[in-house]
Design a protein around this ligand. Structure first.
Ligand code: COI
Length: 327
């Protein structure tokens, strides 16, 4: 069985070596993303492993299918980069990965605490020798209501971790989960946004929830509410968020993801001019924490992603049952 993996980073090499030996797969690693331009390299391989920056649109999927590839796995949980419905239509199988939910879960708890305790401003003050307490009085998590939108594995992990802080927790998800019901109350989306002091997003991006947080919604939030997005950038209208922050309609934001991030994140722009005005504006705000989509980035998660991607390909090619990603 011959597998080719795209978008491979140096931090993944050890796990690729380990799991390719364990699963006895012949493996070729490519640091480039899979695209129409380099599609010919997949000729002669049986399966492909990709990441979120590989855009698998209809045209690319047709080309992959014509090159006789049977199965594609992604090393990511989210797969808004893949036209899964079309892949299914043309009989090209695709599935995503699952990995330790504590990776993003713990990062989320840290982000909530950072914002509540005004850490972005405190770091700025420290760097400019301002050792006063001006502007950095915080809020205790225990006295807050946390609203979790999306209660899959990551949302649930966040709530389980937060339960130790004894804060009130409410949740919104069209598919409620019995385990979550033991520690939180499910409410409607409108109730959640008007009652929560902290809102954290843990849902996949679909065409129905694009810009689910926009001007209209920001206006309905509780005074001083903070929002955490470690899911997908396009869940929030960035321009509307900036306006809400500038007008003090909300108290702060922690964003590990942002619209247009694929143009910048994972590249080193330290000696280049940044021409993404919204990002530049957000990172200058004292109540905003910005990180470059690395909430997932733990040793355990990297190992799980590669185990999952190669393991599912191995299972498929040895005629075991593998669940495709939902359309
Ligand atoms: C995902 O798994 O969906 C993520 O967002 C993390 C990815 C960038 C590795």
């Amino acid at each position: 069985m011959k597998i080719i993996a795209f978008g491979v980073r140096p931090d993944e090499l050890k796990a690729f070596e380990y799991f390719s030996k364990l699963f006895k797969v012949e493996l070729q690693l490519e640091k480039d993303m899979l695209s129409k331009e380099n599609i010919d390299i997949v000729k002669g391989f049986d399966g492909i492993s990709v990441v979120g920056k590989c855009k698998l649109c209809k045209e690319t999927l047709d080309m992959i299918k014509n090159l006789n590839i049977k199965y594609i796995t992604s090393r990511t949980v989210g797969y808004d980069n893949v036209d899964v419905k079309y892949a299914k239509e043309i009989g090209l199988r695709f599935t995503n990965a699952s990995y330790s939910p504590s990776s993003v879960g713990e990062f989320t708890v840290m982000s909530i605490l950072n914002l509540l305790r005004k850490l972005p401003l405190a770091k700025e003050k420290m760097a400019s020798n301002d050792f006063t307490l001006r502007g950095i009085q915080g809020r205790e998590l225990k006295s807050q209501t946390v609203g979790v939108i999306g209660t899959g594995k990551i949302g649930q992990n966040v709530m389980e971790s937060l339960s130790g802080f004894k804060c009130k927790m409410i949740a919104y998800d069209p598919y409620p989960n019995d385990k979550v019901k033991e520690i939180a109350e499910y409410v409607s989306f409108d109730e959640l946004i008007s009652e929560a002091d902290v809102i954290t997003l843990h849902l996949p991006l679909t065409k129905d929830n694009h810009h689910m947080f926009n001007k209209n919604v920001f206006q309905k939030l509780k005074d001083n509410a903070i929002i955490i997005n470690n899911a997908r950038g396009a869940l929030i209208n960035t321009q509307d968020l900036i306006e809400a922050l500038n007008e003090n309609i909300i108290g702060g934001a922690a964003l590990d993801v942002i619209e247009r991030e694929h143009e910048f994140y994972r590249a080193d722009f330290s000696d280049k001019e940044m021409n993404y005005k919204e990002l530049v504006e957000l990172r200058s705000m004292p109540n905003v924490q910005l990180t470059a989509h690395h909430a997932f980035f733990t040793e355990q998660a990297i190992s799980d992603m590669i185990e999952c991607s190669l393991g599912k390909l191995k299972a498929f090619f040895t005629n075991q049952k593998v669940e495709d990603a939902l359309c």
